[in-house]
Design a protein around this ligand. Structure first.
Ligand code: MN
Length: 261
C-alpha cells in the first residue's frame, strides 16, 4: 500500500509526522506538504506563478519528504503527478491543530489537500484535533492507521472523502465514534487595521465562532466527547454511510484497546 501524507500546517508540523510515523507501520509513506503554515488555504490551486518543490531531510527512515512553496492542494497535485505518478492508494491529510467542523471544511487547507485526492479518485482522509496546544496526536494517528487498514481490507469505495475530528482526549476519556453530517459553525470576522509606515493594511481576525448544536452533526459529536467522521461530497460511487456506521463500534474498540488485528 502507498500512502501520501500532506497537511496545511506545514511540512514541519508535529501532527504530520505523528501521522507519517504511524502509517509507516502498514504502508510505504511519502510526505509532500506546504513549506509553511497554509491553514485556511482551502482548495486554492496556484495557477499564476511557478511552484518550487525540494526534497527535505526526513526524520523518519524510509519516508521521503518534499516541501512545496505553495498550497496544500498544490502539494497534493505535485505529489500525484510528479513524485508518485498517480500510484497512490490513500491520501491522509493532517493531523491539523484545531478543529475543522461544519462550515470550516470549505476554507480548511486540511480538507483542501484531501479533496485533491478525491478529485483524482483516491480515497482521502482529513484529520483534525479540536484543540490548540498540547495535542493527543498519537490517538488520531492510530485511528488513521485503523481506518486505512479498513479501507484496504474491506475495499471501501474509492470515491470517498472522510473529514475526521477528534476531541483532544486520551483514549479512555473518548465516548465513541459517530458518523455525522456537517454542522453549522459561523465566524464573526473582525478587521484589524494597521499601518506599515507607508500604507494601510488589514488583518482578518477570526472572531469567536457561533456553534449550533444539532443532533447528528460533527459539532454535536465533539461536544459529547466523541470522534466525528463526516463523509463529504456525496456518494457517486455507492459509498455506504451505513457500512461506515456498522464499522464504527469495532473501530472504536480497536482504538481504545490499541490493537489493529
Ligand atoms: Mn491548519
Amino acid at each position: 500500500m502507498k500512502i501520501l501524507v500532506s497537511n496545511d500546517d506545514g511540512v514541519y508540523a508535529d501532527g504530520l509526522w505523528a501521522l507519517a510515523k504511524e502509517l509507516r507501520e502498514i504502508a510505504t509513506v511519502t510526505v509532500v506538504a506546504p513549506d509553511r503554515d497554509q491553514s485556511g488555504a482551502g482548495t486554492s490551486v496556484t495557477l499564476r506563478q511557478p511552484l518550487r518543490m525540494i526534497e527535505i531531510k526526513t526524520p523518519l527512515d524510509g519516508v521521503a519528504a518534499y516541501s512545496v512553496e505553495g498550497s496544500p492542494a498544490d502539494s497534493v497535485i505535485l505529489a500525484l503527478r510528479l513524485v508518485l505518478k498517480d500510484s497512490v492508494d490513500l491520501i491522509v491529510s493532517g493531523i491539523n491543530e484545531g478543529p475543522n467542523l461544519g462550515d470550516d471544511v470549505y476554507i480548511s487547507g486540511t480538507v483542501g489537500a484531501a479533496l485533491q485526492g478525491f478529485f483524482y479518485g483516491i480515497p482521502a482522509l482529513a484529520f483534525s484535533i479540536a484543540a490548540f496546544g498540547s495535542l493527543h496526536f498519537d490517538v488520531a494517528a492510530r485511528l488513521a492507521r485503523l481506518i486505512a487498514k479498513e479501507i484496504v481490507d474491506k475495499g471501501l469505495s474509492r470515491r470517498m472523502l472522510l473529514n475526521i475530528n477528534l476531541p483532544n482526549l486520551p483514549p479512555e476519556k473518548l465516548e465513541g465514534i459517530e458518523i455525522t453530517r456537517l454542522g453549522e459553525r459561523r465566524y464573526a470576522d473582525r478587521i484589524e487595521p494597521g499601518h506599515d509606515g507607508k500604507r494601510q493594511y488589514h488583518w482578518i481576525l477570526r472572531g469567536k465562532s457561533e456553534w449550533q448544536t444539532v443532533s447528528g452533526t460533527d459539532i454535536w459529536a465533539l461536544q459529547k466527547n466523541k470522534i466525528s467522521i463526516t463523509p463529504l461530497f456525496g456518494n457517486p460511487d455507492g459509498f455506504s454511510r451505513e457500512l461506515l456506521k456498522s464499522l464504527a463500534p469495532a473501530l472504536f474498540q480497536k482504538l481504545v484497546d490499541d490493537t489493529d488485528s
